[in-house]
Design a protein around this ligand. Structure first.
Ligand code: CTP
Length: 391
């Protein structure tokens, strides 16, 4: 399964470097073409010669040591790889990558590659639980990096806990799975942009207007798209859900922020799904200071936000544009009207009065209408399953 697969293994400095040797050996035996890049600290544990012998390729560690004058090595390797694996990944390299630092050949190449990058951390359990490390890992998750979680057990430092580099056999298995399933996935090479959650429209520094959207449906749609191999961009309003992995997550607050984010992603998107419950109105004036209560009633004047979906519908070229409609009556009729009015290809209509549908629930009941006039009903089931069906 790994024949002709080009894997760039970035080895950074931790005791688990010895396991990276076994990883290279197993990948090479499975037919992969493996090139190894090392940091200076990694070379304190194992010499480049060992990796050279195992991979039967040159080993790279000096950005300025250009072995082939026709190419710039770090850019060439970044472009060459089908998959980049950082194993073991130290807290240091994770921190650098999360902050866009490129101060050696490994970090420079990681910034230059457009291939998928998998990060397999290995460190002391307390380092792994350190707030800064957690913050950096979360940032990288949101940027679309994928992690091979460390396992639990005896650590070289004497501690027992989470921080051991995953076993080479397991990593090879994950890589094998990746290439086997990826090949046949229908959305490989397609960019899917999905919006999710509510928007918040500020009244003053401490208050806002919003709605009860949980983001669950949009997140499920994004996960379904990513699972089918799409390059997925999730544009999310404020929600309380864990950040999904394997995609880019862009956090936004207001309808105006969401419009800007969608516009920035739209031109090269193949499919755009607007699951977000965008506020239709926002306060006309945002008070710069907290509003003090007064005697008697108060009125907040609202103005319309831009209809993002309609704006995209008016400007679309090749994109397949998918909207949502939450209705309480005549759901399908109103849905058809929105489909035409906003120039959509599909609309997913929920009748939010159904006890199995709507905001915050894990299930939904929807009808998928297309501009060609077809419609498909999805009975009450998990939002995840409905999303897989729709995608
Ligand atoms: N939508 C949007 N921008 C807005 C409001 C809504 O992109 N400012 C999108 C939502 O993401 C959703 C679709 O429009 O995909 C349907 O939203 P809805 O508010 O139900 O549509 P409206 O046309 O505003 O319908 P209604 O007249 O029922 O309010």
């Amino acid at each position: 399964m790994l024949v002709n697969k080009k894997i760039l293994l970035c080895v950074t400095g931790g005791i688990a470097v010895y396991k990276a040797v076994a990883l290279v050996s197993k990948l090479s035996q499975a037919g992969a073409d493996v090139k190894v890049m090392m940091t200076e600290s990694a070379q304190q544990f194992v010499t480049p010669l060992t990796f050279q012998a195992m991979s039967r390729n040159d080993v790279f560690y000096d950005t300025f040591d250009e072995k082939d004058s026709r190419v710039i090595a770090h850019i060439d390797l970044a472009d060459w790889a089908d998959l980049v694996v950082v194993a073991p990944a130290t807290a240091n390299v994770i921190g650098k990558l999360a902050n866009g630092i490129a101060d050696n050949m490994v970090t420079t190449t990681l910034l230059a590659t457009t291939a998928k990058v998998w990060i397999a951390p290995a460190m002391n359990v307390h380092m792994y639980e350190n707030k800064a490390v957690i913050r950096n890992i979360n940032t990288l998750h949101a940027d679309g990096y994928q992690f091979i979680e460390p396992s639990e057990g005896f650590l070289a430092c004497g501690y027992v806990g989470k921080g051991r580099l995953e076993e080479p056999e397991k990593i090879v298995e994950l890589i094998r799975e990746h290439f086997t399933t990826q090949k046949n996935l229908p959305l490989v090479g397609k960019k899917v942009v999905i919006t999710a959650g509510p928007t918040r429209e500020r009244i003053d520094p401490v208050r806002y207007v919003s709605n009860f959207s949980s983001g669950k449906m949009g997140y499920a749609m994004a996960e379904a798209a990513a699972a089918l191999g799409a390059e997925t961009v999730l544009i999310s309003g404020p929600v309380g859900l864990d950040k999904p992995t394997g995609m880019t997550v862009i956090d936004v607050e207001s309808a105006a922020d969401m419009l800007e984010a969608v516009q920035a992603q739209f031109a090269d998107a193949h499919i755009v799904v607007k699951s977000a419950a965008v506020a239709d109105y926002r306060p006309k004036h945002i008070h710069p200071e907290k509003m003090k209560k007064q005697v008697g009633d108060s009125v907040i004047e609202l103005e319309r936000t831009t209809d993002i979906l309609k704006t995209m519908g008016d400007g679309k070229t090749r994109q397949i544009l998918v909207g949502f409609a939450a209705e309480t009556n005549n759901a399908v009729e109103y849905g058809k009207d929105k489909l035409a009015r906003k120039n959509l290809d599909y609309i997913i209509v929920n009748d939010v009065t159904d006890p199995d549908a709507g905001f915050g629930k894990d299930t939904n009941v929807v009808t998928l209408l297309s501009k060609r006039g077809t419609h498909q009903h999805f009975e009450a089931m998990a939002k995840k399953r409905i999303s897989e069906g729709i995608i």
